[in-house]
Design a protein around this ligand. Structure first.
Ligand code: GH3
Ligand code: MG
Ligand code: MG
Length: 501
């Protein structure tokens, strides 16, 4: 045998197929690798068999090479087809599906190994040696045509699968499909060329073509690795998310949850996929949720997204987003805008808004209202004697006391300085004076401790009454209470005056 460039290329092609076997086995954890391992072994048998054939000194020796080739080549296209199905994540075939697919190639693989059945494939084989390499010329038998037709059918099926998925998938998928089609087309065209350009002593370029087709095939696999990263990345992001993430079926049966969800609802740890859980079901009705966690109230916004697959709703994705900080900030802002920070009762604007709403709402007409204007007596003296912060403490204590005596529908607000206004609901006209007097005397009889001092304070109260069924006017009732307060002050302070029209 003379060494020549073609034999060198054939050795390189064989080596490439060995590398592919190693690559596929090294990636055996990837789903796409399963059939690629077998198809790469077939490629190896095909190329190494051909290498044996063209380096054989006799027909007998060459026929060993042909047998090796035929242990791989009939199955090659089948495994490639299955590999393509896996790339596109199609369903694995049933046992009978595999039987059907492999029946003919396996039959060919075995019948070609020995006489007399080999006659089904080759009616005759001749051996040539052209001084550079050996070449066996087989004269095609009936099985040879059937095998070629079957291969052509599988190649067409593979291309159909590729095109089917290319229509709907992403740009990266399209590029992958192009590589796959190139990888399938190279051996196909070379085979057609080889079959049409019949001559005696010539090279069979098919094994070569098969190994060249490995290059685009590896590219397509690389793209698959990239595509596989996407769901892994999604999984990792979802798992590390602070938001609770729950996947359930259309019927709210539990399917999956991330760690945050399991921390929030430990019972999710005990659920098996498909199980119906009351915990998950309750999300159906709610768009917001509050949970008591470690003495703290936490708030969650619930978002639900349908999981659509081929325009069919296959489940629901529930995300619980923690909005506690936002809620607390909003509450803080609301409190600042609504309440007086010293007295912890409504500020003037909020009180007026609320009082106006109460008095003028349809329901308000059915109630009676009593407006109190309360002013601390000689309060300036407290400030002057004990200091401003003592004055603050007194104001706070008086406000807390007044608030403590209100009922559910009564409201109190800071009118200004050391003046407090109160709107009482549904007090009988005859009871107004005694109710207000009771409040005044409680304050009168209270001693407010401040540092080493005990402070006594009194208040003057002006009260105005608007009976149920009348048209209430905030402005009127306020003016009336103010007039009554003025009277109380002028009558010597520490007293209650009712407005009498
Ligand atoms: P009168 O019986 O006539 O109401 O006498 P008064 O001293 O209470 O009345 P005046 O309106 O002269 O004084 C009110 C005082 O209240 C003056 C002001 O410094 C004090 N004051 C108003 N707001 C505050 C406050 O937020 N803190 C403190 N410590 N004092 C306040
Ligand atoms: Mg005063
Ligand atoms: Mg005053």
């Amino acid at each position: 045998m003379t060494f020549n460039i073609f034999i060198f290329f054939m050795i390189a092609a064989t080596a490439a197929s060995v590398l592919l076997v190693i690559y596929a086995i090294a990636n055996h954890n990837s789903k796409w690798a399963f059939f690629l391992i077998y198809s790469s072994i077939c490629t190896f048998l095909y190329t190494v068999g051909y290498l044996l054939e063209i380096t054989s000194p006799t027909l007998e020796a060459a026929f060993i090479g042909i047998r090796v080739q035929k242990m791989g080549s009939p199955l090659l296209v089948v495994f490639n087809y299955l590999f393509i199905r896996d790339i596109y994540e199609e369903k694995r075939l049933s046992f009978y599906g595999y039987c059907l697919l492999f029946a003919l190639p396996v039959f060919n693989m075995f019948t070609i190994q020995a006489f007399p059945l080999v006659r089904l494939h080759y009616t005759d084989i001749e051996y040539f040696f052209n001084g550079y390499f050996a070449n066996c010329q087989g004269f095609a038998g009936p099985m040879s045509y059937i095998a070629n037709l079957y291969n052509f059918f599988l190649v067409s099926l593979s291309i159909y699968r590729i095109l089917k998925h290319t229509r709907i998938e992403s740009k990266l998928r399209k590029r992958q499909s192009i590589y796959l089609i190139i990888s399938i087309m190279i051996p196909l065209f070379v085979n057609i060329y080889h079959t049409l350009s019949y001559s005696y002593i010539r090279l069979d370029l098919n094994p070569f073509a098969v190994s060249i087709s490995l290059i685009p095939l590896i590219y397509s696999v690389q793209i698959q690795n990239l595509l596989n990263v996407i769901p892994i990345a999604r999984d990792q992001v979802i798992e590390s998310m602070e938001d609770a993430f729950i996947v359930c079926g259309k019927d709210y049966s539990f399917l999956d949850a991330n760690s945050a969800a399991k921390r929030l609802f430990p019972e999710l740890n005990t659920l098996v996929p498909g199980e119906i859980s009351e915990q998950v079901k309750r999300f159906k009705e709610e768009s917001q949720l509050s949970l008591q966690i470690d003495d703290e109230m936490r708030f969650y916004k619930i978002t639900q997204t349908n999981i659509e697959q081929k325009r069919k709703n296959n489940g629901i994705c529930i995300v619980l987003h923690d909005i506690t900080e936002k809620e607390n900030q909003l509450k803080e802002l609301y409190d600042k805008a609504t309440f007086d920070h010293l007295m912890h009762i409504y500020n003037r604007a909020a009180f007026f808004e609320l009082a106006d709403f109460k008095l003028n709402s349809g329901e308000g007409k059915m109630h009676s209202y009593t407006m109190l204007m309360i002013d601390l007596d000689n309060f300036k003296l407290v400030n002057d004697t004990y200091g401003h912060s003592c004055g603050d403490a007194v104001l706070e204590t008086i406000a807390v006391m007044i608030k403590g005596h209100l009922r559910k529908n009564d409201i109190a607000g800071r009118y200004g300085g050391e003046e407090i206004i109160v709107l009482l609901e549904d007090i009988l006209a005859n009871n107004v004076f005694s109710v207000v007097e009771k409040l005044r005397t409680i304050i009168e009889n209270t001693t407010i401790p401040y540092q080493d001092n005990e402070i006594k304070i009194t208040v003057s109260i002006g009260a105005a009454y608007s009976p149920a069924g009348s048209i209430h006017s905030l402005e009127n009732i306020l003016n009336q209470a103010d007039t009554a307060l003025y009277k109380a002050k002028n009558s010597g302070r520490n007293r209650t005056c009712l407005y009498k029209g």
